[in-house]
Design a protein around this ligand. Sequence first.
Ligand SMILES: C[S@@+](CC[C@H](N)C(=O)[O-])C[C@H]1O[C@@H](n2cnc3c(N)ncnc32)[C@H](O)[C@@H]1O
Length: 445
Amino acid sequence: MSMMSIGSEEEEELRRRKLDEALEVKSLRRIISAYLNYPEASEEDVKRYELSFQKLPLSHKALLSHLPQKFQQLRWCISENSVFIFQMLQAFDPPLNMSQDIDICEHEKLKTTNKHYGEKDARSCQSEEKSHHHSIDEAKSVDEKDVARRLPEVEFSSSPDWLDPSLQSHVPMVDVDKVRCIIRNIVRDWAPEGKIERDQCYKPILEELESQFPNRSAGSPPSCLVPGAGLGRLALEISCLGFVCQGNEFSYYMMICSSYILNYTQVAGEWTIYPWIHSNCNALSDRDQLRPVSMPDIHPASAGITEGFSMCGGDFVEVYKDPSQAGTWDAVVTCFFIDTAHNIVEYIEIISKLLKDGGVWINLGPLLYHFADMYGQEDEMSVELSLEEVKRVAFHYGFELEKEKTIEATYTTNPRSMMQNRYFAAFWTMRKKASRVAVETQATT
Ligand SMILES: C[S@@+](CC[C@H](N)C(=O)[O-])C[C@H]1O[C@@H](n2cnc3c(N)ncnc32)[C@H](O)[C@@H]1O
């Protein structure tokens, strides 16, 4: 190979890396804009409710005369949620140079793909189920003046440039929805109300880890990887059980929020949010819809994490297919994750490679393939296998099934809603068989 071609290969690699980073910056800016747009987009909704109210005949208006006050309460709740969101953004330290210029046309021409962070949230928010609830008495009812007073509390003058409020405009509806999903995810992971879901989804996993690793030693704790870690609660709980745990997460929406809760919480119950205000459907009462949720339910820093706890940002496939990861993990835990794959076979192959011989893969979740609906769109491949096929693929990659059951579970569901989407999720423990080479080596020693 000539010197010339080596030089141009290096240049090409450099160019590609710069473009990848620029795409990542673009993606992150879009996510920050979505967060910043939260109050505006939510205000638009309230205005729509008001317009509908205005169109009512007088007699109906009289019957529903409380609604204008409810609209004001909604505004107040939105402002409370916004305060949390803005504080979270202000604490965020972007891992990229956010002020760089991006030539997007250039990117599009080269068709590079951003393999690290992105916006592919695996699942749209889902609804609803029954349980205990907070009293609305805790929700402060307010008048218009209060609303006006709250909003300026967000101090932008000391904020970095990338938090410029002008970014609030022109955010696609789909991005706004993602912010609302994050608010629901906060309940799942970090609110007392989310305990029902955590007990359904995280508890069986934690119990299984405890029974698989009964003799965990503080001196040499087992390692556990949690791909698609969401807002980090499961990873934190695993760490508290005495594992060196790493959460892996692709979405900046999630990473910004988990990082804030994990690293900046000072006391349990520090914030109050109003997660259920964005849907007028299936509410049992206005009180239910407007009820406050305090969070987090625990102070993460005092929860008793094991040293080595970390959250790793990036695409699971890109990060963990690296040969340096092979055979390094004692356990891999996937919760509502494997159906986020473009190619689930690739996920399973990587999980198998990551594990040490004899390591365990604990999985809980449905097979609601995230990219199933996007099939046909450019670059959005989606391989959708039945549970039976998924298990067959796992066996091919050296797994043995140790435990299997079905667990009824919800995902980011409002426990007080009249609509409850329930999964009959597959739960399993599989063990990676010792490879022939390893068995032979053991036999000769
Ligand atoms: C349905 S959520 C489940 C989150 C969490 N495990 C839970 O049970 O609440 C799936 C998560 O996987 C993340 N995700 C999707 N594809 C990913 C990928 N390729 N690499 C890393 N994370 C990914 C999504 O951003 C999302 O946070």
